[in-house]
Ligand binder design. Sequence first.
Ligand SMILES: [Cu+2]
Length: 405
Amino acid sequence: MGLAALALSGCSITDINNPVLRAGWPEGITPQATRMQHLWTWSIVAAMLVGIIVWGLVFWTMLFHRKRKSSPEFPRQTQYNVPLELVYTAIPFVGIAVLFFFTVQTQNFVDKDHDPDTVGVHVDVTAKKWNWTFGYRNVNNHVLVESAADGAVVNGDADSVKAQLDGFDYTTPYVDWDFDPFTWGVDVPADEAEAYEDARGNPRLPENETAKAELQQEVERGRTKAGENLSYLWSDDIETVGTTEEIPVLVLPANTPVSFTLASVDVIHAFWVPQFLFKRDVFPDPVRNQSKNTFTIDEIYEPGAFVGRCAELCGTYHAMMNFEVRALPIDMYIDYMKLRDPEADDAQELSHSAAMEALAEDSKYTEYCEANEDVCAPLAVKTEPFEARYLQQADSADLVTASQN
Ligand SMILES: [Cu+2]
């Protein structure tokens, strides 16, 4: 049936990405998405084949082995045929084993962690009701972790972290979950572990002033307890935050591996870019909630603009908690970062939209931007900021009061 549909649609079987074989899925824009789509497509093909065989057997039995009016006898009865029963128990088991094998393979590919040697861009995604913050870690090779007592950088695989942590002062709160000695299974003497846990319980408010003020507000509103451990939240030198006028746009380079770390300030959200064919729940305190909050994409195939959404019901304005992924050509991405980086030579520290406007005016990109408006637009093009209804309500309440006077 799949093959017939394929033939009718006039698409080539070598093009597994054609709309019929995608069967309702959007076109993926990353190798991870492609791999998942292949699993999906071949699973459908397998299901169709099994369906054809089963329907065939059912109809064949109904047509040729029914009781006939002309005959007083029932057809020959064949239940309790042990060899046959073993066969039709074994065949589905083989089918499940094959599906399981390919599912695990795909899952490992999609769920892999970032390798600091190959991943050029690492994004810290912070979700909160109802907005996103996208921070760029490690821009210009700023140190990854500045948490060791003497300011030394802790980085690398479990063994080297262990070696680097030798003589580490556990009374200093750690700032990076990824390198939590407990997560890494490093042996810590009990008394030191206790001291470490005590210290780690202190809130670490982000250094960034806006984020700090926001968190302070959350504390005042009683949403976040004072003294709560917030060390899982990242604050980066370069961050993009949405406003009531601006959808947060996550700018990424095309054709470059990008890894993500997800964390929530408040409730459970979910990071979903439909064209990644992937979403992942965003938890507060991911480690203690046993949520694997990292993943990597090998690349985004081409520059473009792609909508992103929150996919976990998180409160009143959940449906409006959108963002946009903007993939830029790599040289343009580098220039974008220079415009935003506070530590760049003659730093300009522009906001996202100001940086995009500056790029569009750069003669280097004029021609490209005329041909690719979506890529160069300063604001999101795939989704719009939501209308804050409570503001409208406030307005109409004013009108009612005015008309009564
Ligand atoms: Cu949400």
